[in-house]
Design a protein around this ligand. Sequence first.
Ligand code: 3MF
Ligand code: MG
Ligand code: MG
Length: 364
Amino acid sequence: MKSPSSYRFSFGPWNISEGADPFGPEVRPAYPHEQKYALYKSLGFEGVQFHDDDVVTDIDAKSPAQIAAEARRIKSILDNEGLVPEFVAPRLWFAEQTVDGGYTSNSASDRQYAWERTQKSIDIANEIGSGALVLWLAREGTYIREAKDAKLAYERILETINRALEYDDKIEIWIEPKPNEPTDQAYVPTIGHAVALAYASQDPNRVKGLIETAHAQLAGLDPSDEMAFALAHDKLASVHLNDQNGLKYDQDKNFASSNLRAAFNQIRVLEAAGYGSRGEFIGLDVKAMRTQKGVPVTEHLSNSLRMFHHLVEKVRSYDTAKEAAFREARDYEGLELYVMEHLMGVHQASSPSTPNGEVLSAAQ
Ligand code: 3MF
Ligand code: MG
Ligand code: MG
C-alpha cells in the first residue's frame, strides 16, 4: 500500500487564476505566468499540466523552429525547478478560428487550423518531454442540434485521433470528457464515449481518458463509478479532482468541499486499483474563489491537497473486512452507517446483522 506522499500531484498554471467568473471581469492582478513554476514544489506538486500556449505564447505567429526553441526554454525552467510536464492540451477553445468547434466545425479551414494546433501541441509535448496530448473537446459540440451533422462530427473526432496517432508513434491521447459548457451539448460527454473512441481508434493502447470529478457530476454521474469504468478498461491516464455543487456552471470547487462522501469514494476506487503505481498523477483542476485576496492565490490548491491526504487516511483506515461482512449480509443500511460514522470520525460499534437482527460474527 502506498503512503500518501507516494502519490504525485499536478495542476495547470491556469489554476492560479485572476478570479474572473463566467459573468465578470478579473478581480486580481495576473500573477506572472512564468513565476508560477517556482510555486509548485512548495505547494506539494511536481507535475505541470500545460495548454500549448502556456508553453509557447502567440503560437499562431511562430515558426516550427521558434516553437521548438520556446518549448526548450520552458523545459529548462522545469528541469531547474525539478518539475515534470504531465501533458499538453491544444487550447482550441480560445481561438477565433474555432468559435464553432475545431475538429467538428463545418468549415474545412477551421478543421485545418484545429489539426495544425494539434500537431503543434504534439511537437511541444515532445520538446518538453511529455508523452501525452490531452483533448478537452470543449467546443466540439453544438448550441443547437441542427447546427452540425452529429454522425459526421463523431467520425471527424475519430479521424483526428487517428491522424494524431499516425503523426507521432509514441504520443498518448487522453480525452477529458465533459457533457456541456461551453457548448449546450458536447459530443464526448462521458468516459464511456472516450473509451469507445479509444477502442475504435487504430491504436487503442495509446488512447485513454482523463476524468474530472465535476464533469462527471455535470453529466449526472458518479465520478467514482466513471473512474472505475475507465480503470476496468485500463484507460484511466489522469484525473482532475475537484468538486461541484449540483447542476450549475462548471465550478471547479475545492476537492471534497461539496461532496465529501463522493470524494472518499473516488479515492477508495483509485486506491483499490493501484492508481498511481505506473506514475500516473493526481491532478487537481480547482479554481480560487473570486473573493479570495492576495496574489498569487493558492489556498484552493493546498487545501484541496490537504483534503486529499485526509481522505487517503480515511480510505486506509476503512475496514474492508467489515465492508465485506456487511455486503455478505446485504445489510446496506448498516454499511452506510459504518461509512458515514467512519467519515465523521464517530466510532460506534456498528456490525452487520442478519435479516433476523442477529449480529454476524465476521464483523465483530
Ligand atoms: C478543462 C481543463 C482544462 C481547461 C481549464 C480551463 C485541459 O476541464 O481541464 O483543459 O483549460 O480547466 O480553465
Ligand atoms: Mg471543470
Ligand atoms: Mg479539467
